[in-house]
Design a protein. Structure first.
Length: 139
């Protein structure tokens, strides 16, 4: 197994990282986002994102987009982000809908019923995010 070196955080050193050499399909960038919920609004480093985009041609991934403003997500996309991860937002929508269903139906035991609102809540989030990303109606 080939050892993959850590990517330098300083954009001026980014050229040392040869994405073609290790044949990766995408690159998750470190620009101030993190998985999970934010205690404080993150400060995104758009300059770093632009510098990385100039140095690599593969798709860039934004981890930890749950909780970012729509404007920040759109700024990231305009600067080269191709994949936006929002798992925390999906998990919250799913769990809240499931909890709400069981609160209103405490004797429920049929997943064909209680899973419907949970899936619908996730679908609403996905539909909204697709719109935010400018991907509505695209294949």
């Amino acid at each position: 197994m080939k050892k993959i070196p850590l990517i330098p955080r300083q954009p001026q050193l980014q050229s040392l990282f040869n994405v073609l050499e290790i044949q990766i399909d995408s690159l998750a960038v470190a620009i101030g986002t993190a998985h999970g919920l934010y205690a404080h609004e993150p400060r995104l480093d758009f300059v770093r994102l632009e510098q990385i985009r100039q140095r690599v041609e593969i798709p860039l991934v934004l981890h930890g987009a749950s909780g970012l403003s729509e404007q920040d997500v759109q700024h990231c996309i305009r600067r080269g982000i191709c994949k936006v991860n929002v798992a925390t937002e999906l998990k919250i929508a799913f769990a809240d809908a499931l909890k709400g269903y069981f609160y209103n139906n405490p004797a429920a035991n049929d997943p064909r019923h209680y899973m419907q609102p949970a899936k619908a809540a996730m679908k609403e989030v996905v539909t909204r995010i697709i719109g935010v990303c400018g991907s509505e109606g695209k294949i």
